[in-house]
Design a protein. Structure first.
Length: 215
């Protein structure tokens, strides 16, 4: 059980900024508003504003629309935790009618809307391009926001695939060919093996058969 301290934490400053960054890292281009924030008895005092490198990490299984706990670290060391309620708004694909389990989703069955996201995990939502042609995992109500829990979205890169690899710096971009050592969709992180490298490198999927090395 999480016991909330009576002392609340300011809704502006490094802690809300770290929470906003953490959510956007997981969900992409969404707008995050911290509507309630309090320290937790389960951790040491919340990091002061002067703490450098403050990072907020949500507990596994955190869902929007309910209180969620974030572990706070600074320079790799735990400095506290907070319990937050968030309002997150962004573009999402929703069903435009009721759908049956196993049904293939056509363009006429879905629509993109700007909505307040509620009850969904802190994960990137499928795009329209990924949803069209996917299958419903279960019966879906009209107007429901479509997530990985509702639809089966095939990966754009599969483990073992040959992929186009790009490496960017401030002044140049180098491209080559590598081998995927993991499967995923656009925005997911996987490992790739380059002909010139003995160890797999971390890369972000940028499109079908394309990745970019993450430094």
């Amino acid at each position: 059980m999480i016991h909330i301290l009576a002392l609340s934490v300011a809704l502006t400053g490094p802690v809300p900024a770290a929470i906003e960054h953490a959510v956007q890292q997981r969900m992409g281009e969404v707008r995050v508003e911290v509507v309630d924030l309090a320290g937790s008895r389960l951790a040491s005092p919340v990091a002061p504003a002067s703490s450098p490198g403050l990072v907020a990490r949500p507990e596994p299984g955190a869902r929007l629309g309910r209180a969620m706990r974030f572990i706070l670290t600074a320079n790799g060391a735990r400095v506290g935790s907070v319990v937050a309620r968030l309002k997150v708004t962004g573009s999402a694909v929703r069903s435009s009618r009721s759908l049956s389990r196993g049904e293939e989703l056509g363009a006429d069955a879905v629509a993109v809307d700007d909505v307040v996201l509620d009850g969904v995990l802190l994960d990137r939502l499928p795009t329209m391009e990924e949803i069209v042609g996917a299958q419903a995992r279960r019966d879906i109500k009209a107007g429901e926001v479509l997530t990985d829990a509702a639809v089966v979205v095939p990966p754009v890169v599969k483990s073992g695939d040959e992929v186009r690899v790009s490496v960017s710096t401030a002044v140049i971009e180098v491209t080559g060919v590598g081998r995927a050592s993991g499967s995923g969709r656009v925005g997911d992180l996987i490992r790739v093996l380059l002909p010139s490298s003995r160890k797999p490198l971390k890369a972000r999927i940028t499109g079908p058969g394309s990745v970019e090395i993450v430094r």
